[in-house]
Unconditional design. Structure first.
Length: 230
């Protein structure tokens, strides 16, 4: 059976990951590339009930009160339901799948609850659980947006203020978000993700410059299903 390609955009909240994901999808659509777009978590789906309870603080206002192993299963269930119901057949027939977040988010946000000495064990467990036991496809490439913590935190606060939205238990806890930033770099090294720097020295890189770098890495001269050659 032919397998497709799964490309994931990852990063902590406020890293610019979703902006780059949306720009890449728009570019592929404009070029007529056939692909399926996914965004996780899928809060509107029934399978996300436990995620919504968790983020509202119904299991504890401090995210670290909830076991990273338990919380990981909440998110894994949503991915499993999506895979079986929405994109398994497309992927298994050789389709290109683009995802904003994936199993990779558990590696960042849940492993951050653990001491540094226990993260490797969690990373290994997570891969075995989602890719092994649940049979979800591992990503072919993960684009990890490496943004300084201060930049990401400011973007989160600005976004919440502009939208007038209440922040969830992850976004409210800056100490926890700092741990996620540190853990994201650890996960990128452990899994071999492709790091994309959001800054050059003290300067924030232009969105278009970052976008072109990702496009060159992922699609130019690569044998990806449906991908443009230039």
């Amino acid at each position: 059976m032919r397998q497709g390609k799964l490309i994931v955009f990852e990063g902590i909240d406020g890293s610019g990951k979703s902006t780059q994901f949306q720009k890449m999808c728009a570019r592929l659509e404009k070029r007529g590339t056939d692909f399926k777009r996914l965004v996780f978590p899928q809060y509107s789906e029934e399978s996300s009930a436990l995620i919504r309870m968790y983020l509202k603080g119904e299991f504890g206002q401090d995210p670290r009160e909830v076991s990273p192993y338990a919380a990981s299963t909440f998110y894994a269930v949503v991915r499993y339901a999506s895979y079986v119901k929405v994109w398994r057949d497309y992927y298994q027939s050789g389709g290109l799948v683009m995802a904003d977040r994936y199993t990779t988010s558990n590696a960042i946000h849940q492993a951050a609850k653990l001491p540094v000495s226990e993260r490797k064990e969690f990373f290994e467990w997570l891969g075995g659980f989602e890719y092994g036991l649940l049979k979800l496809p591992p990503p072919d490439a993960v684009i990890y947006m490496d943004a300084p913590f201060a930049t990401a935190a400011l973007r989160i606060q600005t976004r919440a203020s502009q939208m007038g939205s209440e922040r969830d238990i992850h976004e409210k806890d800056l100490d926890y978000l700092l741990k996620c930033h540190e853990c994201g770099l650890d996960a990128a090294d452990f899994y071999g993700w492709t790091k994309i720097a959001a800054h050059r020295g003290a300067e924030i890189r232009e969105i278009e410059e970052i976008h072109d770098e990702i496009f060159q890495l992922m699609f130019v001269g690569c044998d990806n299903p449906g991908a443009p050659s230039a």
